[in-house]
Structures are given as structure tokens and as C-alpha cells.
Design a protein around this ligand. Structure first.
Ligand code: PMP
Length: 408
């Protein structure tokens, strides 16, 4: 048992207290995006009502206030991931932009014809396509480490794929489709020993696990605010300072420059070199408040409680839905379950659950190669957050039983 009371926490989330299709909302699509506590909604609203001005530009009071709030949030993010320096935190629009930034800037600096980039079979499209684009641009090759049927990474195969050609390895901390928590420290150690730079896609880990980039000893780590109770359109990439300093900027424009002439431009210091143009100031401030909110609950409490939900839901599904097949049975899993029931199409099951107010995700979850690996078009995915309850899981089980009666 944990000391996290979901009924108390739920009171902080206005959206959860409504009927959808005439039934109380059961929100199990947290892997796609989490809901927002009132403190975050208020922070964004208050910023626009009272403190809005552009950042880093004005001497006037409002601009300074907005800049202080913006940089204050960066300090919170630095502590959240335990970075060494504030300037190692670069704000982006989310994980996708973080990876595109990295693929461009690391690609320009370190990747040449004949080099290899290593990913895994369980990556999200965001951690596949930018690397493919980079490989095409530079004449490099993308290598893919396989997984086992139970959804765990074949770590030996991953290590065997590391060679003198492997300039970068990019892999998820937690799989959004299988729930697998990868042994990232072991993988990072292998990469470091091989002189391979490492990027970790933390989109699904940041909301559930304590992250310590110094302890992990990775070079880059990214996540999105909207999966972490923060606003949409904001996220970060953490990068080791010496590497960020060496890498060229991703986008050109205001704010990222030191001096501009028509002949030559010099670039601003970190992190501004990577933050061209007017940033998502409200998003950054909202994310800072979301981090406070999560810290207040405690990530260890969150992890413990969500694991209880995962164990309970897995047991209930297996015991009550005989035709169920769960995809992703790794020993170490985060709080989501991907499944199919008999030959029923995931969309049919998902649409019927929606009629009962139960929101789950259906489809390939932006992991088409992974779906091909299992020979299926998609799955139904229920992903849990700390504000979900066992009572809601029971509702999903009886909803699935009703759906199956209708479909058969
Ligand atoms: N990687 C993983 C593992 C994800 O789950 C997601 C979001 N589904 C992303 C990357 C992309 O995140 P965003 O859409 O917030 O940029």
C-alpha cells in the first residue's frame, strides 16, 4: 500500500469530474496525454492575465517578471532530472522536436557517411523517422536491436550491434506500447564503453519514474510536458553541456544569436543557442508548476501506486476476459497494458468502451514496426495514472465484458 490517495488527488483535476456519453469519465489514455491539475491551468491563465510579456528582451517590469518565471521553471527542470547545469535544459515543443533538434545538430557535428545509428525494435515513430532522415542526409546506416516475444529488449543483440561505426544509440526508457522499462543503465554503460553517444527517449518514463541524468550517465534525455500534467506544446531536451556547446544550432532566428551582420552571425550562449524565436512562455511556466505538483506527490509514491494498479488490472483482465492476449509481459513494466481480445478489432472494442465513458487508446500507437513484429494491426491500450482507481479498472473489465457480448 502507498500513502497516495487517488480519491484526494482526483479532486485536483477538473476534467475528471464529468460524464462522457452519459457515463462518468474513466480516463485510461494517460500514455497519450495526461490530464492537468487546476494549479497548472491557473498558472497558465494567471500568467496571461497578469504577467505576460516577451522574455529576455525588455527592461520593463513585465518582461523581467516573465523572464524570471521562465528561468525559474528551467531551474525546476534542472533539479527534476538532476542535471549539473541549468543551461543543459533546452526547452522544445516536446519530445518530437527534441529528437529532431538532436538529429539535426548531432548529425551536423558528428555523423558522417558510413557511420551507424543504433535504435531498437520498440521505438516510437518519433525516435525512428528523424534518425532515418539523418541517415539519408549523411549516408549513414540505421541499425535496429531486436526484442524478445515478451517485449523485453535483447540486450546481448543490442551490445553486439555496437561497433566502432556506432556514433549514436537512441532508445526509449519506457515503451509506450508494451510498457517495458528498458535496463537503460546497462545499455548506457555499454554505449559509453564503446564511445557511442546516447540519447534516451523519456516520453513515457518522466511521468512515472525518478530520472537522474547524472546517475544514468547519458548524453541526452528528452520528454514532453503534456504527459506529465503540464501543458501541450512544451518539453525539454537535456544535453551534456560540453556536447551542446560543440553542436551547431538547430534553428536560426531571434534570441539564438550574439551578433548578426550580413556577412556573419555568432551564436548565443547555452541554452539560448537552441531556443530560437519567442518561446512557449506560458507552457514553460505551466510545466514548472506541473513539476512542483508531481514533486509534491513524490515520484516514488507515484511509481508504487501505479504499479499496484498495473498488477491489479493485469490480474483482473486475465481472470475475467478469457480470450485476452496481452502484448508486453516484461518483468519490469510501467503502468500500461496493451491487449487484444480474440479476433475482435481494437477499434470496435475501443468504440464500445467509449460509449460507456471509458477512454482507451486503440491502433498502432505510433509504433508500426513493432506491430509488424507481432503481426498485428494494433492493440487496445489502457494506460494508468496516479489519479486512476481500482474501481475504474473494475468498470473497464465489466465494460469489456459488455462489449464482447455485443460483438459476438
Ligand atoms: N516517444 C514516445 C515513447 C512517446 O510515447 C511519444 C508520445 N506518444 C513521443 C515520443 C512523442 O511525444 P510528443 O508527441 O509529445 O512529441
Amino acid at each position: 500500500m502507498t500513502n497516495l490517495d487517488p480519491y484526494k488527488t482526483r479532486a485536483d483535476f477538473p476534467i475528471l469530474h464529468q460524464d462522457i456519453n452519459g457515463k462518468p469519465l474513466v480516463y485510461f489514455d494517460n500514455g497519450a496525454s495526461s490530464q492537468k491539475p487546476k494549479v497548472v491551468i491557473d498558472a497558465v491563465s494567471n500568467y496571461y492575465s497578469k504577467s505576460h510579456a516577451n522574455v529576455h528582451r525588455g527592461v520593463h517590469t513585465l518582461s523581467q517578471e516573465a523572464t524570471n518565471m521562465y528561468e525559474d521553471a528551467r531551474r525546476k527542470l534542472k533539479t527534476f532530472v538532476n542535471a549539473r547545469f541549468e543551461e543543459e535544459i533546452v526547452f522544445t515543443s516536446g519530445t518530437t522536436q527534441s529528437i529532431n533538434l538532436l538529429a539535426f545538430s548531432i548529425g551536423e557535428k558528428y555523423i558522417q557517411k558510413g557511420d551507424e545509428i543504433l535504435i531498437t525494435e520498440m521505438e516510437h515513430h518519433s525516435n525512428i523517422v528523424p534518425w532515418q532522415m539523418l541517415c539519408e542526409r549523411k549516408g549513414a546506416t540505421l541499425k535496429v536491436a531486436p526484442i524478445f516475444d515478451n517485449g523485453e529488449l535483447n540486450v546481448d543483440a543490442f551490445k553486439q550491434l555496437l561497433s566502432y561505426k556506432t556514433k549514436l544509440a537512441a532508445f526509449i526508457h519506457v515503451s509506450n506500447t508494451l510498457g517495458t522499462v528498458n535496463p537503460v543503465k546497462e545499455l548506457i554503460n555499454a554505449c559509453n564503453a564503446n564511445g557511442t553517444k546516447v540519447f534516451i527517449d523519456g516520453a513515457q518514463s518522466a511521468p512515472h519514474l525518478k530520472i537522474d541524468v547524472q546517475d544514468l550517465n547519458c548524453d541526452f534525455y528528452a520528454f514532453s510536458g503534456h504527459k506529465l500534467c503540464g501543458p501541450t506544446g512544451i518539453g525539454i531536451i537535456y544535453g551534456r553541456k560540453d556536447l551542446l556547446e560543440e553542436m551547431p544550432p538547430y534553428q536560426g532566428g531571434g534570441e539564438m544569436i550574439k551578433t548578426v551582420t550580413f556577412e556573419k552571425t555568432t551564436y548565443n550562449e547555452l541554452p539560448h543557442k537552441f531556443e530560437a524565436g519567442t518561446p512557449n512562455i506560458a507552457g514553460v511556466i505551466g510545466l514548472g508548476v506541473a513539476i512542483d505538483y508531481i514533486n509534491n506527490l513524490g515520484l516514488l509514491n507515484i511509481e508504487k501506486y501505479e504499479n499496484e494498479l498495473l498488477q491489479y488490472a493485469t490480474k483482473q483482465l486475465i481472470e475475467n476476459i478469457p480470450e485476452i492476449k496481452i502484448y508486453g509481459n516484461a518483468k519490469h513494466k510501467a503502468s500500461l497494458i496493451s491487449f487484444l481480445i480474440g479476433n475482435h478489432h481494437p477499434y470496435d472494442v475501443g468504440a464500445l468502451l467509449d460509449q460507456m465513458g471509458i477512454a482507451v487508446r486503440t491502433g498502432h500507437h505510433c509504433t508500426e514496426p513493432l506491430m509488424s513484429r507481432y503481426g498485428i494491426p494494433g492493440t487496445i491500450r489502457a494506460s494508468f495514472s496516479f489519479y486512476n482507481t481500482k474501481e475504474e479498472i473494475d468498470k473497464m473489465i465489466s465494460g469489456l465484458q459488455k462489449a464482447l457480448n455485443i460483438l459476438s
